[in-house]
Structure formats: C-alpha cells, structure tokens
Design a protein around this ligand. Structure first.
Ligand SMILES: [Zn+2]
Length: 157
C-alpha cells in the first residue's frame, strides 16, 4: 500500500485532528496551514490503547457533536486508525470530509487456534473472522515465533 500524505483542504468551517503519538508529526504541516489561515480547529490526542473503552466513547461523543462542514484528519498507528475511522464513518463522516493516514505495519498475521490457518489481516485491534474456517477470532498480543503470527483465540471453548 502506498504511503498517503495528508493534504490541506482549505475553506472548511472547522477542522478536527485526531492523532496518537505516532501520528502527530503527520498532521503538523496541515495544521500549520490551518493556523495560518486562522481557521478554527481542535486537536484530539489518543494516548493509550489500554483505556480503549474510555477513549472510544469519548471519541464517539466528540466526533458526533461536530457540525456540518467539519473536516477530519486522522493520523495514527493502523490499529488506532481503523478504530477511529469506524467511529468517524459511524457518525457520518464521508470520504470527502476526512483524510486518514495510517502509520507503521498495516497488516499482521493471525494464527487460528481452531483450524491452525495463518491469515493476514488488517491491523485492527481486537478481532477478525478466520477466512479458513469462518470462526470469530479474538486477536491476542501474543506473537508466536514458531508460527510467525499473533495467536487468535476463539470465544467458544
Ligand atoms: Zn480457522
């Protein structure tokens, strides 16, 4: 996947930047343009994956209350980015109103504990469906050197 650089889209009513630590430098240039145009903007910094439910709810609320004409920039590591993107789409941001920039590895390999298939998935946070056997997998953060993949657990024992 090609690297996508964020570009400044001028003349918007309001700008929202969502970044994590990795993404901050990615929005710096766009933010400079926004500041020099004296446009209104706000910056949300997402800090920690551990407090997922906390910032997930907060992010939902913050994006939900945005008015029409708001333009969204998201730059974060892929796992974070995918979550924020889902929220943004859920609350109604279209492709014309948002730009996303993922940082780091986009894919990871997941080992299915049921059928032992290894599959490349988007670097999403928590779960996927095993394309081999169709079961829902919770992706652990246990990386197996043997399998060169993250272990995916099933909820059903
Ligand atoms: Zn499977």
């Amino acid at each position: 996947m090609e690297r996508i650089t964020l570009t400044y889209v001028p003349y918007k009513k309001h700008y929202v930047f969502c970044v994590d630590e990795a993404g901050f430098s990615e929005v710096a240039e766009v933010m400079m343009h926004v500041q020099s145009d004296q446009a209104s903007y706000e910056l949300f910094q997402v800090a920690c994956v551990k407090d997922f439910t906390v910032w997930h709810t907060e992010m939902e609320e913050r994006l939900f209350k945005q008015k029409m004409g708001t333009y969204l920039y998201v730059a974060a590591s892929w796992d974070m980015l995918n979550v924020i993107k889902h929220i943004a789409i859920d609350v109604g941001f279209t492709d014309e109103e948002a730009q996303y920039r993922g940082i780091g590895e986009q894919e990871k390999a997941v080992f299915c504990c049921r059928c032992h298939g290894v599959t490349k998935v988007e670097n999403i946070l928590f779960c996927t469906k095993c394309p081999e056997c169709g079961i829902s997998l919770t992706i652990s953060d246990h990386f197996s050197k043997n399998k060169e993949a993250y272990l995916g657990y099933t909820d059903i024992q």
